[in-house]
Design a protein around this ligand. Structure first.
Ligand code: KDO
Length: 333
């Protein structure tokens, strides 16, 4: 708890310094207008990347140049928010798990089996429930969360052959998770032994047996070719995963009201297009993996849901969730 408070204070200070420090964050790219460098671990062929390039970039072209940096080549996974706060980066695709390292209340959106589907996710993000959470990120970190991007339903993807029906079948299994406390807890809540590995290192970790499995949505498993080094996909759908288009508040504040409108619409349109593309792929890909020789099957999803929800409600994370918010989220239809 102490660590979280001091880290929060540091970041609040950092955002303050960043705001005070003249024009560091804004790189006027002369004829190209404002330079918007985006750094994320995603690949260029990921549907979120494709949507941002095809829809966001041309929409803002009149006054800004969108410059994507994929595969975490500009900033390491998990360091992007600090980079924006410090004025060293203009955009990223962030997650509740990363926000929760700074703002503990965000861990509510890291809980398994809470959001129901893509539509529910979008309605919750766009409704008033999240106003306070978004405002803290904006005020204390200098990061605007423009829109929610649907990553997909996370499924277990293992290199082991033993059939998995319930959480008990995952006992002792080395399950790769991204390296934040909230992500690692999801691995524990599923019944596995979580091992932190960066996204860009998953393939090799699976290939060498450093880990027994990983979890990601089906489109990611195909895009990053995890099926080449695994044997089965278990359709737990344990997290309807979401990412947010994160935008530097300092850059935002320098845009005119009209430009801000264009940026907001471009982000929403790209998110919608990416969402539809991911949903389509999710519906098609089971067959693809079967053709690659993987076993793809549903476990006892109720057993997973009960186990995971209980773990979250009894966890230290739940103590930081705004009162009544779980009920409010569940009530969104
Ligand atoms: C991952 O590291 O497993 C993850 O899927 C977590 C997401 O929040 C997001 O960071 C994603 O990686 C990257 O965008 C790569 O697809």
């Amino acid at each position: 708890m102490k660590i979280q408070i001091s880290r929060r204070a540091t970041l609040a200070g950092m955002a303050g310094t960043a705001l005070a420090a003249s024009t560091l964050a804004i790189r006027p790219a002369s004829a190209q207008g404002v330079l918007l460098r985006m750094s994320a671990p995603m690949t260029p062929t990921d549907q979120r990347s494709v949507a941002l390039e095809n829809i966001f970039a041309p929409a803002v072209k009149g006054f800004a140049t969108y410059q994507p940096h994929y595969n975490a080549t500009l900033f390491k996974q998990g360091t992007e928010l600090e980079a924006i706060a410090r004025g060293n980066l203009e955009m990223s695709i962030t997650s509740a798990q990363e926000l929760a390292t700074i703002f503990p209340e965000w861990s509510i959106f890291t809980a398994g089996y809470l959001l129901r589907d893509a539509e529910h996710q979008k309605k919750v993000f766009n409704g008033h429930i999240m106003d306070g959470l978004k405002k803290s990120v904006e005020d204390k970190l200098g990061v605007k969360l423009l829109s929610v991007m649907y990553l997909g339903r996370r499924q277990l993807n293992l290199r082991t052959e033993k059939e998995v029906k319930t959480p008990a079948d995952l006992a002792g299994l080395k399950l790769r998770m991204p390296n934040t406390e909230a992500w690692l807890f999801l691995g524990t809540a599923l019944g596995a032994n979580p091992v932190p590995v960066a996204f860009t290192e998953i393939y090799t970790a699976l290939q060498t047996g450093a880990i027994d499995g990983q979890d990601n949505p089906l489109p990611t498993d195909r895009d990053s070719k995890f099926y080449e080094v695994t044997k089965q996909i278990i359709l737990t759908s344990h997290l309807v995963d979401q990412n947010y288009i994160a935008f530097s508040k300092k850059v935002w504040d320098k845009l005119s009201a009209d430009q801000q409108k264009v940026v907001q619409k471009a982000a929403d349109d790209a998110a919608e297009s990416g969402r539809q593309a991911q949903l389509k792929l999710e519906a098609e890909l089971e067959d693809f993996f079967k053709k690659q020789g993987l076993k793809v099957y549903a476990p006892d999803v109720n057993a997973f849901r009960t186990h995971v929800q209980k773990a979250y409600l009894e966890s230290k994370f739940a103590k930081d969730w705004p009162k009544g918010m779980v009920e409010q989220i569940n009530a969104v239809k």
